[in-house]
Design a protein around this ligand. Structure first.
Ligand code: ITT
Length: 215
């Protein structure tokens, strides 16, 4: 079975590759399909966006010459995630708008600065938040969703330089280091994406068993 990771975010590709490395599947990324450009994420929910990304990529690769040969695309799935940071003191924002919180094409730094500004001097105990990751898996007759969440708090200054996005501001519950202060292997073990991918793995194992029994 082949799985195309429907994301242009190289940090995500690395995380997902690492976490799925024990599955007997071939992982392809959008680097294998250079014609596929940015996909507009205009859904109202993380699930809508994840499904749109996975569906768009799945439909486009059907037309891609090597895949369009009869039968080749039967064995392929597309997997996308959409992730949001939900901050309780901000009524759940930025949530589905996490990528463009401070405007279209915002940098990670600009988004983090906006978050710090909006939270102002809110005390740490009231800076509760969660990362929520929704994964969509689309294939021939397949449309599945897996979800993973990690609760935590938003720090009052950036800490650490690993990871990406809001990692330097996120203190997961049960830890006194931010996501960005963690070794990659630790973040990959406990993150929202890791949790969603564990669920996704169960789905992929079930699909692969069904496929084998119908071959
Ligand atoms: P794709 O849509 O191409 O997959 P993206 O970077 O747009 O990549 P999302 O829409 O899923 O990713 O994520 C929205 C934003 O949430 C993203 O720009 C980051 O700022 C942040 N984000 C996502 N996953 C994160 C993580 O593991 N750690 C920190 N921030 C994250």
């Amino acid at each position: 079975m082949k799985i195309v990771l429907a994301t242009h975010n190289r940090h995500k590709v690395e995380e997902i590759r690492h976490i799925l490395s024990d599955l007997p599947v071939e992982l392809l990324s959008l680097d294998n399909f250079p014609e596929i450009g940015e996909i507009i994420e205009d859904g109202d929910t993380l699930e809508e966006n994840a499904r749109k990304k996975a569906r768009t990529v799945y439909d486009l690769i059907q037309k891609y010459p090597p895949m369009a040969e009869k039968g080749k695309s039967q064995n392929i799935l597309s997997l996308a995630d959409d992730t949001g940071l939900e901050v309780d003191a901000l009524g759940g924002r930025p949530g589905v708008y996490s990528a463009r919180y401070s405007g279209e094409n915002a940098t990670y730094r600009e988004n983090n600065e906006k978050l710090l500004g909006e939270l102002g001097d809110t005390p740490l105990e009231k800076r509760t938040a969660r990362f929520r990751c929704v994964i969509s898996i689309i294939g021939n007759g397949v449309d599945e969703v897996a979800v993973g969440e990690v609760p935590g708090r938003i720090l009052s200054r950036e800490r650490g330089s690993n990871g990406f996005g809001y990692d330097p501001l996120f203190l997961p519950d049960g830890f006194d280091i931010s996501y960005a202060e963690m070794e990659t292997a630790l973040k990959n073990k406990l993150s929202h994406r890791a949790r969603a991918l564990e669920e996704a793995k169960k789905i992929l194992k079930r699909l692969s068993a069904q496929k084998t029994s119908s071959d």
